[in-house]
Design a protein around this ligand. Sequence first.
Ligand code: NAD
Ligand code: IPM
Ligand code: MN
Length: 362
Amino acid sequence: MNKIITVLPGDGIGPEVIKAAQKVLDTVAEKFSHQFTYLNAKIGGVAIDEEGTPLPQETIDLCKKSDGVLLGAVGGPKWDTLPGHMRPERGLLGIRKALELYANLRPVTAHKSLLDASTLKKEVIEGVDLMIVRELTGGLYFGQPQERRQENDGESVVDTLYYKNYEIERIIRQAFELARLRRKKVTSVDKANVLESSRVWREIAIAVHADYPDVELEHMLVDNAAMQLIRDPKQFDVVVTENMFGDILSDEASMLTGSLGMLPSASINGNGPGLYEPIHGSAPDIAGKNLANPLATILSVAMLLRYSFLMQEEADAVETAVSKVLEAGYRTGDIAEKGQPVLSTEEMTEKVIEHIQLAVTN
Ligand code: NAD
Ligand code: IPM
Ligand code: MN
């Protein structure tokens, strides 16, 4: 098959992990006789520096005409003092919105061979397999107004948590659909004891549940959910939640896998191109040093193959290669235990590629 992929490396370790991901894609193309055409585009800090905006129109146009988008990460200290609308992160929010990618899927899988890499006890994380379904184009991130104000009695500031009911309904529906293909349990996470938006979220979850009687629905307050994720993560199958709750809970959940550098994500809406990216950021502390763990981005490639290109066998090959590499004991710094040799980003990528080639020729 011939597919067009828009590639947005971004900032910090973004270009390093994207280079790794593209090498993996090249291997998949070669081994499975596909043709992937890459369109490179700018987003984030690099786009601010070169084009004066974090999301040039050309980038949006290229993404829209592609079959899938692969993104590294955006942001860094260089741009931290810019006003909100000019920050690199606004580029990422903008492309999610422009492509209407309301469903952000963040799978959390504890690899057997990485159980000791986690800061948590082995028996707590062994067998963890959950999916965070984060609402991605609404909620506190996008509600207006979002501004500083000068008022009679002093300065003030406002962010707004805003949802149209249909936006809540479609993400909850997505969660139920996914749960049907998994262990048939949805945990809807909210703050219904305080927020009106959460009370409506809960009402909608209950109403949508009527269409999915075969799936169990439970509600959980977000503060409790944060605690339960660490206490007993195996109780979760699909977790569906508001944009910012999902952002926070997914970074927390990444530690069940041993590292933030392990968690991939897919942002989709059922139509048009999806966007695939690691959940981690630009990691300025290790950028440019060939130290970043490329596996989150490589696993995002697997999600791209699976969800946007419907290439199940190819996606399996990538995921299996990652598991095998971990089983063989190869580690980047973030997942290495004391005494284990540490591979560079490029070396780790080569190991994954070797395993894809091996698997396919066998
Ligand atoms: P971060 O995710 O960049 O880094 C947090 C910690 O995890 C750092 O110690 C980093 O070294 C480590 N880490 C992250 N990814 C890693 C990898 N692949 N391999 C090994 N270690 C890894 O979060 P932060 O430091 O809070 O944010 C840095 C910048 O990234 C900020 O500008 C932020 O806005 C941006 N950010 C972007 C995205 C994105 O583009 N999707 C996501 C989160 C943060
Ligand atoms: C993520 C990031 C982004 C978010 C930022 C960089 C806008 O933290 O993808 O998780 O909060 O969505
Ligand atoms: Mn985040």
